[in-house]
Design a protein around this ligand. Sequence first.
Ligand code: PLP
Length: 398
Amino acid sequence: MSELNFAVQAQTKLAAQGVGVKRDVRSVAPPLYLSATYAWDDPEDKPGYDYSRSGNPTRTELERALCDLEGAAGGVVTATGMAAVNLPLCLIKPGDRVIAPHDCYGGTYRLLSHRAAKGDFEVEFVDQTDPAALEEAFAKDVDLVLVETPSNPLLRITDVCDLVARAKATNALVVADNTFLSPALQNPLALGCDIVVHSTTKYINGHSDVVGGAVLAARKELADELYWWANCTGVTGSPFDSYLTLRGARTLFTRIERQQLTAQTIAQILQDDPRVARVYYPGLETHPGHEIAKAQQKGFGAMLSVEFAKGVDTIAFLRALEIFTVAESLGGFESLVCAPAAMTHAAMPPEARAEAGISDRLVRFSIGLEHEEDLSKDLFSALRSAYGKSTLRAVAAE
Ligand code: PLP
């Protein structure tokens, strides 16, 4: 507030404290602009930022960083990952057809199936790793394709370039959920996708203290349209969350590179254990998507899932873990474990889970920054308790 020619009440001073003051401090760390609104120099001269739902300098810092990371022409930071997944759906209309992976994130499945049930669009869940299923799905017109690769929780790998070619032939928009790898390990826009979405809650923030999302587009017009809808529907991210997310993102590469080394070691050890029926990790040569992952990713990531053999009590295993924390979410500095059927994918009907191959014996791990030897010790000690001594002897005798 500028100098006034008259005295004002304390409450007026309090309301005006610091409002509209021009600052020029050369801080190394970007400032956190919490202000909900911005002062106009002149009522006829709209400022660059006028209201924080529409634009906020702290959020802009993060948006710029994420656009650089994904090679995007523009984008918007949203309040949650689900808001990010929902935003491209604003671009389609009733009667339009969406193709989504049959083993996508449970919340995405819920969003698509419930919006489709209301008549917002039509949706078909398809195994995108199966060329015959894709052939059939693309036999009719498609308007939007959602791809999640690696998929959640089975780490299936979709050939993105092939999917993009099929989608372009029918003029469909391709939206990739890149949450599982982060821009450090995969850049879907460079593979031909139109839009990339993230739950920044995961690797990008990496500290399990923010829920957020981002939508980034290959072309400026598309980015502008998405930004318009984010403002219109009020789903833009908060300044404080943006501040923390940018702060967390600065160590993204270092974190995920370390985490994926540990994940590879653990996947290999588990693969050789008779109490484990199957390990889902794209870094294993036995993984059906290994070669495609090698070609389109810059690393195999730090997520892996395991199907235990008969005789392992999954609940007892989860209870016995001491370093891994049983919790939903992924991509943080700490190792997490979950049972997708009961937790992250509980929103999927049992038939859809069965169709996607998500059994009650499946356990998903998000590998954190702990020492790999300690994580292995924790896993094997929990496996011992979950298997029971008599069955252990049976394994040893096999
Ligand atoms: N996409 C994927 C692949 C996810 O795993 C999640 C959450 O687990 C989401 C989207 C939704 O993100 P959020 O929980 O930040 O809303």
